[in-house]
Design a protein around this ligand. Structure first.
Ligand SMILES: [Zn+2]
Length: 597
């Protein structure tokens, strides 16, 4: 057993709508496979995230519906929580950015940066309405994007090209409220002094080992063009700026991205406060041998490999200008930014607005969570853009899960149940028996090594290769032909059952739901692979109610090792572990995709 502390920091899904399978292939399944593996090894994992609920898109949605931003956030937070729990993602805490705790920690990071001189005020041009004289929030200004020429760009970002904008950059800016041309007046904003991290961020990136090369190269490239970035925005929905004269202003907030990344820290602190030991988070954030892995899609690399490390360096007083740590003490930087590439859908980019999409909840209404988890782990966009096709999903499910792994479990358990009614007692082992057991027990080393480096595709392939060896052993030994030699038959069945038990442990990080089932088919009782649960809680500071995902994730019996299966354990005839899918689902799903366009 080890007692390394590993923080699994999972990207925060934005609460402007339900998440699709492209989203969960980037941040969701890979982070859960990683966390489950490390818990099986005996590491102390803290897996945190939550919904990212501030920023313009939520206020725009609220305006469109005539409700408050909080109502939009509440609704989508609940939908997203349901989806992620159904997928079996084992968060120690999945919370949200609208908690009192998160606001306080976001403000603390801002003040620490300010104290060390990494956040500074600068006079910029802000928009006011000429007819009312009031500040016009960024989202109420639209015009032509200076980068791509799109005419419906908003003051803070262009939805067409995705670039962050300043209202003053827009060509032909106009108020979305009454169409008038805004007047730009001088006003103060705070900026994060990114150029003051050129050397310290560079040194940190140079010291990183084992990152996916594209992620590291992308991050290093960012250093060639560091500019100060606005830490505050003209918006009324977000974390207030904790300064005299600013705190109570309704129109100035901390920029949504700069509070969202603080969520990894604030969620760890909320988890500790809920655990009854307010300082428990420090073991993951402040001990030198703790490590922190950040999981996301590649569109978020900037904020995890540049902005958040800069915020941490500045807070610690470790930027190029030095300084001293803030009141929380020195905070650890990411060990690795584990970024996935993009998943496309039948050759097209996922798009909720164009309906090229399948939402997680619709997927899970028709198919099992483990079938989706397996596709993402075995065939997902780990290191290159990857296309999701229904034909490939069907093939992976039917050939690999049903005919490969499920069939091995089913044949083995049903023969032992029928002939012996229990795990048989083995006689002397032959070379073939020993070879199989060596292969299955020997796979924990290499598969674990791949999982610890987040080479999950290769790890899944290696585990399934061992499943193939066990299937071949069963066909070669043909225990069903050994009616006249029950002693040898029992030895073969015992060997095969032991192989099933080993393979089940190897596949548990990928397939936690079916691993629990296989554990029970092998006569096991109790929890093998813990499932996350949704809990209704109240805000620790303001008492408002909200749901979280949590669970007793280190309380399962699954460990990363071969464990002898006790002879004599009673076995019952098995039910199928996986569902075979009819070929007709491919056409049905394609029709659904076309029909919704
Ligand atoms: Zn644009």
């Amino acid at each position: 057993m080890s007692d390394r502390h590993i923080l699994t920091a999972v990207a925060w899904p934005y609460a402007n709508g339900p998440r699709h399978i492209g989203h969960v292939s980037g941040f969701g399944v890979p982070s859960d496979v990683f966390s489950r593996y490390h818990r099986m090894v005996g590491d102390r994992v803290l897996m945190v995230s939550g919904t990212d609920e501030h920023g313009t898109p939520i206020t725009v949605a609220a305006d469109a519906e005539g409700v408050s931003p909080r109502e939009i956030a509440d609704r989508n937070n609940r939908v997203i929580i349901g989806d992620l729990q159904s997928l079996g993602l084992s968060y120690d805490l999945f919370t949200r950015t609208t908690t009192g705790n998160h606001a306080a920690i976001s403000q603390e990071i801002f003040l620490g940066l300010l104290k060390n001189g990494y956040v500074f005020p600068r006079t910029t041009l802000g928009a006011i309405s000429p007819s009312t004289g009031r500040t016009l929030p960024d989202r109420y200004i639209e015009g032509t994007c200076p980068i791509c020429g799109y005419d419906g760009a908003r003051g803070d970002q262009c939805d067409n090209c995705g670039n962050q904008l300043d209202p003053v950059d827009l060509i032909n800016p106009r108020s979305r409220i009454n169409g008038e041309t805004p007047k730009f007046v001088e006003e103060e904003h705070y900026f994060l002094d990114l150029p003051a991290f050129t050397r310290s961020l560079g040194d940190w990136l140079d010291s990183r080992k084992g990152w996916r090369p594209n992620v590291l190269n992308f991050a290093k490239n960012l250093l060639t063009d560091l500019k100060p970035r606005s830490y505050t925005r003209d918006i009324d929905w977000g974390v207030p700026v904790p300064l005299e004269g600013w705190r109570d202003r309704p129109d100035k907030r901390i920029y949504v991205w700069f509070d969202a990344v603080v969520g990894y820290l604030s969620a760890s602190i909320e988890w500790a406060r809920r655990s009854g030991d307010d300082d428990a988070w420090r073991q993951w954030w402040q001990t030198p041998d703790a490590s922190a892995y950040y999981f996301m899609g590649k569109d978020n690399i900037v904020f995890h490999a540049e902005i958040w490390p800069a915020q941490l360096l500045g807070y610690n007083g470790e930027g190029d200008k030095g300084g001293t740590p803030g009141s929380l003490g020195r905070l650890n930087l990411p060990t690795e930014v584990v970024s996935s590439e993009f998943l496309t859908m039948e050759g097209r980019k996922f798009s909720s607005s164009r309906q090229v999409v399948i939402y997680v909840r619709d997927f899970l209404a028709r198919y099992d969570a483990d079938a989706l988890r397996y596709f993402i782990a075995a065939a997902g966009p780990e290191s290159q853009d990857t296309d999701f096709t229904w034909a490939e999903f069907l093939r992976r499910n039917n050939d690999e899960l049903v005919a490969g792994w499920g069939n091995l479990v089913n044949r083995t358990v049903s023969m032992a149940a029928k002939n012996v009614g229990a795990v048989p007692t083995p006689g002397e082992l032959t070379d073939a028996d020993r070879a199989l057991l060596d292969a299955t027990s020997g796979a924990f080393g290499p598969v674990g090594e791949l999982l610890s480096r987040n080479r999950q595709k290769a790890a899944a392939a290696e585990a399934m290769r061992v499943v193939g060896e066990a299937n071949k052993y069963l066909s070669d030994q043909a225990p069903w032909k050994l009616k006249e030699d029950p002693a040898r038959r029992d030895t073969v069945l015992h060997t095969a059952l032991q192989a099933v038990s080993d393979c089940n442990a190897l596949l548990t990080p990928f397939l936690p739901h079916s691993a629990q089932k296989v554990h029970e088919l092998l006569g096991g009782t109790g929890v093998w692979s813990p499932a996350p649960r949704i809990e209704e809680v109240t805000d620790l500071d303001d008492g408002s109610p909200y749901p979280i995902i949590t669970g007793d994730h280190s309380g399962g019996q699954a460990v990363w090792a071969s464990r002898p299966l006790p002879s004599g354990t009673p076995l019952s005839p098995p039910t199928p572990v996986f569902k075979k899918l009819d070929e007709s689902i491919v056409e049905e799903e394609l029709r659904r995709l076309e029909g919704e366009e």
